[in-house]
Design a protein around this ligand. Structure first.
Ligand SMILES: Nc1ncnc2c1ncn2[C@@H]1O[C@H](COP(=O)(O)OP(=O)(O)OP(=O)(O)O)[C@@H](O)[C@H]1O
Ligand SMILES: O=P(O)(O)OC[C@H]1O[C@](O)(CO)[C@@H](O)[C@@H]1O
Ligand SMILES: [Mg+2]
Length: 373
């Protein structure tokens, strides 16, 4: 429920947190123009909240005044004008003690003090599950906050989709389309590893759109023999090549996720390497030549698709409207065809995984795609 007793807004801030996603700049543009229309000032915080929490790193200032001129032409640009971080959760801020060990401290109070000092009345927090959990915590401490759902992973609950996902899937689809030709020419297996730590939306959608022969998801631990059988079955039908799409968080039934670096204070674990493992295992099981292509951070780059731009622009404007209407502790969400508001508390600390009984998975099965089970 909007709070009619709130003091009027004069100045708001916007921050972009977590992995960057195409469309962040479009949100910044829309929020800036919508704020200016209401006579509000708007400032951008650099690199999540680092601009306020690590001022020593910003001799030119940790914030940026946003004006209509400053956000001109921004909607089509990838990345984020403000910078981002996935290493500085203010509630679990990494600090190195004298012995050199990293530990986490709660610096949320300092952040809220910085907001007060800068006369910031409200915050638009743009991010994924991590950033919106932080935003929910700040709202609980009394800050007026509206969240905006971002992530190429599409793993946020209570919104039809997040912006960034469509661009990432379109790019992955284009890459896999291209790999069919070279795999077929050389009668090879090509394994394509895509991002997606705990949710396999990118692998599932791009794999289906680009007619992969097998798709391996974090949600469904795989049996490599099932994939090898699919490849052998294709071989028997005269199809001497196969494309396997693997989410970075996929794991064998009797194994575990492939880690590049373990989690440490202030930093989540880094995954990667499962594509290479699957390629090697399939080469051994089938006797065929196999290659692995890792799309990785390429999936985060590029200009946002028209769908992501539109969603991001709508989200940025809707976040400002929500603040103007007295809402706080909410996230703007796509409830096709509208944008609505959902409680941040319903989103915080949760991940939307691929539902194994959902129609997309069933469609993949009906198309004859092997899911490794
Ligand atoms: N505004 C922020 N300032 C500092 N650190 C942040 C901020 N937002 C998020 N983080 C850190 O980054 C992590 C990931 O954030 P989030 O889930 O929003 O991003 P994401 O797009 O899902 O990307 P990923 O989780 O893969 O990094 C959080 O758990 C948190 O530790
Ligand atoms: O940029 P980093 O720290 O390597 O993070 C990579 C992670 O970020 C994401 O791109 C976005 O959440 C994940 O898919 C991926 O696991
Ligand atoms: Mg995340």
């Amino acid at each position: 429920m909007p709070d009619a007793t709130l003091s009027p807004i004069r100045r708001i801030a916007i921050s972009t947190g977590g992995g960057d996603a195409p469309g962040l700049n479009a949100v910044i543009r829309a929020a800036t123009l919508a704020a200016h229309r209401r006579g509000w000032e708007i400032i951008g915080i650099r690199d999540g909240y680092d601009g306020l929490l690590r001022p020593e790193n910003y001799p030119q200032g940790g914030t940026l005044t946003l004006t209509p001129e400053r956000v001109e032409g921004l909607a089509s640009m990838g990345g984020t004008l403000l910078g981002s971080t996935n290493k500085g959760n203010p509630f679990r801020f990494p600090v190195r003690d004298v012995g050199g060990t990293l530990r986490e401290v709660d610096r949320s109070k300092q952040l809220l003090d910085a907001f007060k000092r800068m006369r910031i009345d409200a915050l638009v927090a743009v991010g994924g599950d991590g950033s919106l959990t932080i935003a929910d915590g700040l709202a609980e401490q009394g800050l007026r906050v509206v969240g905006v759902p971002k992530t190429i992973d599409n793993d946020l609950d209570r919104t039809f989709t997040t912006f960034g996902f469509d661009t990432a899937v379109s790019f992955a689809t284009d890459c896999i389309d291209r790999l069919h030709a070279t795999a077929a020419s050389h009668h090879r297996i090509i394994v394509v590893e895509v991002m997606g730590r705990y949710a396999g939306w990118i692998a599932l959608h791009a794999g289906m759109a680009a007619s992969a022969h097998a798709i391996l998801l974090p949600e469904l631990p795989f049996d490599i023999d099932a994939v090898a059988e699919t490849i052998a079955g294709r071989e028997a039908m005269g199809e001497a090549y196969s494309i396997v799409v693997v989410a970075e968080g996929a794991m064998p039934r009797d194994g575990h996720r492939s880690l590049r670096a373990a989690a440490e204070a202030g930093h989540a674990e880094r995954l990667g390497g499962i594509g290479e493992q699957v390629a090697n295992a399939l080469a051994a099981a089938t006797g065929k030549d196999a290659r692995c292509v890792v799309l990785g951070h390429l999936l985060r780059g590029g200009s946002p698709s028209a769908f992501d731009r539109t969603a991001a622009l709508r989200f940025g404007a809707a976040a400002v409207r929500a603040l103007a209407d007295g809402h706080s502790g909410v996230m703007v969400a796509l409830a096709f065809p509208d944008v609505n508001l959902v409680p941040l508390a319903d989103v915080a600390g949760r991940i939307k995984c691929v539902r194994l009984d959902g129609d997309t998975i069933q469609t993949a099965r009906d198309l004859g795609i092997c899911l490794g089970d």
